[in-house]
Write a protein that binds this ligand. Structure first.
Ligand code: MRU
Length: 355
């Protein structure tokens, strides 16, 4: 079993510290929006859907911790908390989706209130706790639905490859891409799964292969530069990844290295699947070049486990994500269905579906 990722109690959020996995299970306790945002920024937790859920819990936490005396100060507290949370990481849309949805929920409540009272303020906090719970519950259900739909796309005896961590650790449910793999494994469809180590942050080596091992999926870890060779020689017949943000035309931002895998999959005529819940789709962004790519510290490239591996003083780049053009994606699976072929019109149709 993968340990719980987030444990909320009024006044505190315990976050499974993914920086210590797989060798140590420990939790970091946060008590307000600033601490929640810092935990997101510092990668205590990561993965687009999970970032969104943590962001949502950050707002009731902030209200529990503050003691305002007017609705004007409540609005100011909320606005500042939303701003802080949104500044944590730029690429995953789930973070912005959750923060905006929580802010809208609060505003609907505030617009109906007369004079301020501590009792009404408590009610607002409870309302936001309920909304964060709803976001979390929806993510869990979306993962289950995508697992089923994605597994349905795979052939018996599939040999699959995944990148980064799009598993339970990246969500509140069974995961997106890894959820598909574990679900397909349960129905006997997976012969073998490969996980790329995912330089420089090693989400694949530390998290995904651990999840696959725990799920008893026959699997092996590879370094990122082995992917071409294995696509050519190991019978890989599906590449399955998650996503952080999908533009209106289907261009998809995911962990750095995903684009290279999509190009390789195209060359080897291997289907390339993106598994992502609808809060990942950004209809306001026409195409992928508009997606903001997080540039992380170069130290994450030049150091491994606190040890400098490159010449002292060397410059290094660290874009955390890249964008795969829609044309290289065989299908996008959301909780609402399978988008194939990946076109703007089909994405819109999927978004409009009701569950
Ligand atoms: O930097 P991370 O670890 O937050 O990046 C995670 C990824 O890129 C995942 O593939 C993506 O969020 C999909 S998670 C279901």
């Amino acid at each position: 079993m993968i340990p719980p990722r987030l444990i909320y109690k009024p006044g505190s959020l315990k976050i499974l510290d993914q920086r210590l996995l797989p060798h140590k299970t420990a939790y970091l306790k946060v008590g307000n929006a600033k601490e929640t945002a810092k935990a997101i920024k510092d990668m205590v937790l990561r993965g687009a859907p999970l970032i969104g859920c943590a962001a949502a819990w950050g707002l009731p936490l902030e209200l529990t911790f503050k003691r305002p005396a007017s609705w004007a100060s409540v609005r100011a507290i909320l606005a500042e908390a939303v701003r802080t949370i949104k500044a944590a990481r730029p690429t995953a849309l789930a973070l912005f989706y959750a923060a905006d949805r929580m802010a809208a929920k609060a505003e609907t409540y505030l617009a109906r209130q007369g004079a301020f009272s501590a009792k009404k303020y408590k009610r607002l906090t409870a309302l936001l706790e309920k909304e964060a719970g709803a976001i979390t519950g929806e993510d869990r259900l979306a993962c289950a639905a995508m697992g089923k739909l994605g597994a349905g796309l795979l052939k018996k005896n599939s040999i699959v490859l995944t990148h980064c961590n799009a598993g339970a650790l990246a969500t509140m449910g069974i995961g997106t891409a890894v959820g598909v793999i574990t679900k397909a494994h349960k129905t006997g469809k997976i012969k073998y799964a490969y996980s790329c180590e995912t330089r420089p942050y090693l989400q694949g080596a530390r998290l995904t292969i651990w999840e696959l091992q725990k799920g008893k999926v026959p699997s092996a870890l590879i370094t990122d530069n082995m992917a071409a060779h294995l696509m050519k020689t190991a019978g890989i017949n599906a590449v399955i990844v998650g996503a952080d943000r999908i533009a209106a035309n289907g261009d998809t931002a995911n962990k750095i290295g995903t684009y290279a895998l999509a190009v390789l999959a195209g060359y080897h005529k291997i289907p390339f699947y993106v598994i992502a819940p609808t809060p990942t789709i950004d209809p306001a962004l026409r195409a992928g070049e508009k997606i903001k790519i997080e540039e992380r510290s170069s130290k994450e490239v030049t150091f491994i486990n606190g040890r400098l591996i490159a010449p002292r003083g060397v410059k290094a780049r660290h874009p955390g994500f890249d964008v795969t053009p829609a044309g290289l994606i065989t299908a996008i699976v959301t909780e609402k269905g399978v988008i194939k072929p990946v076109t703007g019109a089909n994405i819109l149709k999927n978004l409009k579906k009701t569950l």
